[in-house]
Ligand binder design. Structure first.
Ligand SMILES: [Zn+2]
Ligand SMILES: [Zn+2]
Ligand SMILES: [Zn+2]
Length: 135
C-alpha cells in the first residue's frame, strides 16, 4: 500500500517529522499492531517509547489512526484509511479486515429505543470467532 504520509499528517494539522512519518509507515502493514510490535518496527529510528505513545494518542484523537480492541490486554493500532471492521480468531489471533458494513437498520433501532440520543456519528465493530485452521 503506497501512502503519502506527509499529506495525511498535514491533513490532520500535524507537522511532518521523520518520527511521525516512521510511525505511520510502521502502521501501514496488513494487520493492526500493538505498541511493542510498533516499537520493534521502529528500532534504530531513535524514537523513545514515550514519544511513540504520545504520537499514537494524538493520531487516535485526530482520526489518523484507529485503536482497535481485540479483547487482548493491550490495544492495537492501524491507519484509519477506509472504514472497515475485523474478524479476529480467538485461538491464534489471526485478523481479517471486513469491509461489509450494514448497520443502518441496527442504528435506527438503537436510536428509536434510546432515551438520550438523537444521532449516531460513528461505530466500531469487531467479530470474534475461530479461523479455519483453528476450528
Ligand atoms: Zn486461528
Ligand atoms: Zn483493519
Ligand atoms: Zn461499519
Amino acid at each position: 500500500m503506497q501512502m503519502n504520509y506527509s499529506e495525511i499528517l498535514r491533513g490532520a494539522s500535524f507537522k511532518v517529522t521523520i518520527g511521525r512519518t516512521a510511525i505511520l509507515q510502521a502502521l501501514s502493514g496488513e494487520k493492526p499492531l500493538s505498541v511493542p510490535e510498533i516499537l520493534r518496527k521502529l528500532r534504530g529510528k531513535k524514537l523513545d517509547a514515550a514519544t511513540v505513545y504520545r504520537a499514537l494518542e494524538a493520531f487516535t484523537e485526530t482520526g489518523v489512526v484507529r485503536r482497535i480492541d481485540l479483547q487482548h490486554s493491550h490495544a492495537h493500532y492501524e491507519l484509519a484509511g477506509a472504514h472497515h471492521h475485523h474478524l479476529i480468531c480467538k485461538s491464534c489471533g489471526k485478523i481479517e479486515d471486513v469491509d461489509v458494513c450494514d448497520t443502518k437498520d441496527l442504528e435506527n433501532t438503537i436510536l428509536q429505543r434510546s432515551k438520550l440520543f438523537g444521532s449516531i456519528a460513528a461505530h466500531s465493530l469487531e467479530f470474534f470467532g475461530l479461523c479455519k485452521k483453528c476450528v
